[in-house]
Design a protein around this ligand. Sequence first.
Ligand code: ADP
Ligand code: MG
Length: 238
Amino acid sequence: MTETDPWAALRAARAQERKTLDEPSGKAILASFGIRVPAFRVVRSNGDLDAIKGELRPPFVLKVVSAEVVHKSEFGAVKVGLKDEFELNSALDAMRATLEGRGIRADCWMVEEMVPAGLECVIGGVIDPEFGPMVMVGLGGILVELMGDVAFRICPIEKADAVEMLRELRGVALFSGARGREPASFDALVDALLKVGGKNGVLMGCADAVSEIDVNPIIVTRDAAIAVDARFILTPLA
Ligand code: ADP
Ligand code: MG
């Protein structure tokens, strides 16, 4: 991953027959469609961590960027809640050692600002051979995995569709702060869903190059929806 232009990175990744786009480029594409992502920097060595000082606000999150790692947490390759450069340095050493021990090559690393706690949701997309781009939304973690609490639509969706999709979710009461939880912005998630599945959205814009998009999670706080992970599965060049 050497490109700073995410579209050039997308073309290069397909030309190199890579199956996924690296997370920094995926997030830059989401941001270019107006979707919020945490502020982040790409680093290649411990020395680069010095430059983070003053540029990003702690607490930090450290993640590996590697074509060989799809689910980073499974490899111990996401560390949240790092308070300062000292903790960042030791987390980078530890993560590098763990990955090397498993024979995995890191392309580079990402340091991100940590998003405050919120409702973890998922926005996904697939290019269906029959229906074309389809967008999915669900409530995060266990609710999606165990209960399949998701809603699908064929793209492009309008704002009313996005609202309806969220209302279909069995866990929709969580947005108003059910059971003593903080409320989460329904409107911010509607807006993000439109930016993924709407007529000028990510899925319509990337349908030729991408077969699947997975924004898991997008963290919804009282006033914002922030995409903290972005996985783009690429289609091979014809
Ligand atoms: P994975 O490849 O394992 O899905 P993620 O990037 O989704 O890795 O990170 C794993 C988990 O760490 C997320 O589900 C989220 O709970 C937490 N996390 C990751 N990045 C951030 C961030 N910037 N702010 C807050 N929490 C984060
Ligand atoms: Mg994830």
